[in-house]
Ligand binder design. Structure first.
Ligand code: SAH
Length: 286
């Protein structure tokens, strides 16, 4: 069966009495050039163990199993299991797990399924949980390469540079732990049903060490504080975030001691600059 032929897919879904769930972010790829390109650009080879999140009916999975040593596909929707059984039948290097990726123990998956293989991620993500999934994957430090399709808006935020409108907490978080890059865009016409937004495939390469050496908890409290009130000056934004510990004047002195102008805005600071600020902050709050 051609899993990227719209008529074949429609016939398959009718046969299984399946209807799409918006709540589970179901938009299936129906243009075979896209999964091929994703697999090719992610450079998957037989020494890789690939974790796929949300296989759907297997449009990407069928290409992953050809390239990888092993594929584990985690699918939340039970109704897709009999369909995947039919479409993926005979693939000895594929394990399908029925479960919620946000609840599963990733260590266990890697330990039990990817012995002797290099664990990586390749997936067309369910868009309603893009950020929590990516944060969980990066936090786990188990996968040195993550190639995913996400909404273009999110891809732009992840890759954004300081001082640009898309730059925010997600950009700093992802760039603190990984090197992100945009691979290519995918228009709504490549999916069934068609999503409202354009999608992008991005790759995240885990760095051996985070981009800056500092107290990470404090670093991210400062970053969140700075972007929570992003239209205000950094001094005002951080005064609000740290109001129970420091006065506005103390925060002003910290900003100057860290080498920034008193009216600097958080959105103009890069990771190294937030790290510098973290170090001065740490001296002042402890
Ligand atoms: N990869 C397929 C389908 C992408 S749609 C394709 O490209 O055609 C997103 C898929 O993620 C759906 O199959 C949906 O059921 C599944 N999904 C949604 N939430 C999930 C979760 N929390 N854990 C695992 N899978 C999930």
């Amino acid at each position: 069966m051609d899993l990227c032929s719209l008529s074949d897919i429609r016939a398959l879904l009718i046969k299984h009495d399946f209807n799409f769930s918006k709540a589970m972010g179901q938009n299936f790829l129906v243009d075979s050039s896209i999964p091929k390109r994703i697999v090719q650009m992610s450079g998957i080879c037989k020494s890789d163990g690939v974790l796929e999140i949300g296989p759907g009916i297997g449009s990407l999975t069928q290409h992953l199993v050809l390239a990888a040593g092993k594929v584990v596909s985690v699918e939340l929707d039970k109704r897709l299991l009999p369909i995947l059984n039919e479409t993926m039948n005979g693939n000895s290097n594929l394990d399908i797990i029925n479960g919620d990726i946000l609840k599963l123990d990733l260590n266990e998956i890697v330990e039990n399924h990817f012995v002797g293989l290099n664990p990586i991620v390749c997936a067309n993500l369910p868009y309603n949980i893009t950020s929590p999934v990516l944060i969980k994957l990066v936090e786990s430090k188990l996968f040195n390469q993550i190639t995913v399709m996400v909404q273009r808006e999110v891809a732009k935020r992840i890759c954004a540079l300081p001082g640009t409108p898309d730059y925010g907490t997600l950009s700093v978080y992802m760039q603190f732990y990984t090197k992100p890059s945009m691979l290519f865009d995918v228009p709504p016409s490549c999916f069934e049903p068609r999503p409202k937004v354009t999608s992008s495939v991005i790759s995240l390469t885990l760095m051996e060490a985070p981009a800056a050496d500092c107290n990470q908890e404090l670093f991210f409290r400062i970053v969140r504080g700075a972007f929570n009130l992003r239209r205000k000056t950094l001094q005002n934004a951080l005064s609000s975030a740290f109001s129970s510990y420091l006065s506005k004047e103390q925060i002003g002195s910290i900003i100057i001691e860290a080498g920034f102008a008193p009216n600097v805005r958080g959105e103009s600071l890069g990771i190294n600059e937030f790290a510098k600020l973290t170090k001065v902050f740490e001296k002042s709050v402890t």
